[in-house]
Write a protein that binds this ligand. Structure first.
Ligand code: AMP
Ligand code: FES
Ligand code: ZN
Ligand code: ZN
Length: 325
């Protein structure tokens, strides 16, 4: 875990060996001091960006990966009211990716005495087809099911948060995710996304939860280190469909830059947010966004009529009937 030229680097606060060296902060810490630092930093970010208060109910979207399990662990340690949501996508990939992911979440809960609330949504059971099958049955996912998957996850997260009255929906996006997505959006000047991307997304519709990313200032390797120090077992593999995805290539590119300029990834994201706020960048785009309500599910959409999620699943069901599935 320790990185850099000094394998025996000491913790800044005690004599123990450092397990993590964060070059961008010029800070090396041992396990216990690192955990303490992560907890304090997360609390500071939650307050600084007005993400949520201790009275509000938080729904943590847990995938079984290190980031979202670490997030749930941190929020519980800090005493927030945090429940989990797992969406069973039915992704197989030869290693039963979804089942494995679910198992890590169950183990996480058992390791904490079993007394945690987890909402589980089985996509195939509820909507009639797994994500890869839905993608195959529609033209949307001819190559990869990722767009069907993203659309469905967003919808289900909103739905569960609304049905169970959660104030906030928290995801495990880390700094590497944010920087790569920002890079991708800026690459094609997607002003729509650039106007909204950030650590807090206010609800666009009454009844919808606020979306927050409490880990957005932590590097991915810091979250991996956190999970290991805390003994959290997690799904190590990426989704089998993610291989070759552009975000992965952007992450590699940004890591190359980070190697020679420690901290550049963090500054890239933070300065973007500051510039947008201070100079009102993309404010007009945000105001012009014409959001309507889907008549079928009641969620926001820019479509005239049914939202993309409802249209997509309607097509899936039509195909299933046609094919006698
Ligand atoms: P990804 O889009 O896979 O990079 O995941 C980003 C975040 O979305 C994760 O940190 C989780 O908070 C959430 N997430 C991803 N997949 C799932 C899932 N199957 N069930 C619940 N939450 C998920
Ligand atoms: Fe959704 Fe891979 S296609 S996680
Ligand atoms: Zn220490
Ligand atoms: Zn809809």
């Amino acid at each position: 875990m320790a990185r850099g030229k000094h394998p025996l680097m000491k913790c800044r606060h005690c004599d123990a060996k450092a397990v993590v060296n964060m070059r961008q902060h010029k800070l090396a810490l041992c396990g216990p001091h690192f955990v303490e630092w992560v907890h304090k930093q997360t609390e500071r970010f939650i307050e600084k960006y007005n993400m949520f208060t201790r009275d509000e109910r938080v729904l943590v979207a847990v995938s079984g990966g290190k980031d979202s399990l670490a997030l749930w662990d941190i929020l519980l340690a800090l005493g927030y009211r945090a429940d989990g949501l797992y969406i069973g996508l039915g992704i197989d990939g030869g290693l039963s990716y979804s089942d494995e992911s679910h198992r890590y979440i169950t183990e996480f809960i058992e390791a904490r005495g079993g007394d945690l609330t987890l909402h589980t949504v089985d996509v195939a059971g509820i909507y009639g087809a797994s994500i890869p099958d839905a993608a195959r049955l529609t033209r949307r996912g001819r190559e990869k099911p990722c767009s069907v998957c993203g659309l469905s996850k967003r919808h289900i997260m909103n739905r569960v948060a609304r049905e169970h009255g959660y104030d906030v929906l928290a995801t495990g996006h880390n700094l590497d995710d944010e920087a790569a997505v920002l890079f991708g959006n800026a690459m094609v000047w997607s002003v729509d996304y650039l106007s909204r991307q950030g650590p807090v997304l206010p609800p666009s519709h009454p009844g919808l939860a606020r979306k927050v990313k409490p880990l957005f200032r932590f590097y991915e390797r810091e979250m991996a280190a956190y999970a290991i120090v805390r003994g959290i077992e997690y799904m190590y593999d990426e989704c089998p469909h993610a291989t070759g995805a552009t975000t992965i290539r952007y992450k590699e590119l940004l890591n190359q830059l980070e190697e020679s300029s420690p901290g550049i990834k963090l500054q890239y994201v933070l300065r973007f947010l500051k510039a947008r706020e201070q100079h009102g960048l993309f404010a007009q785009v945000r105001e012009q966004l014409d959001l309507r309500t889907c008549p079928t599910c009641g969620q926001p959409t820019t479509n005239d009529g049914a939202c993309s999620f409802c249209r997509m699943w309607e097509r899936v069901n039509d195909r299933r009937i046609e094919q006698g599935l």
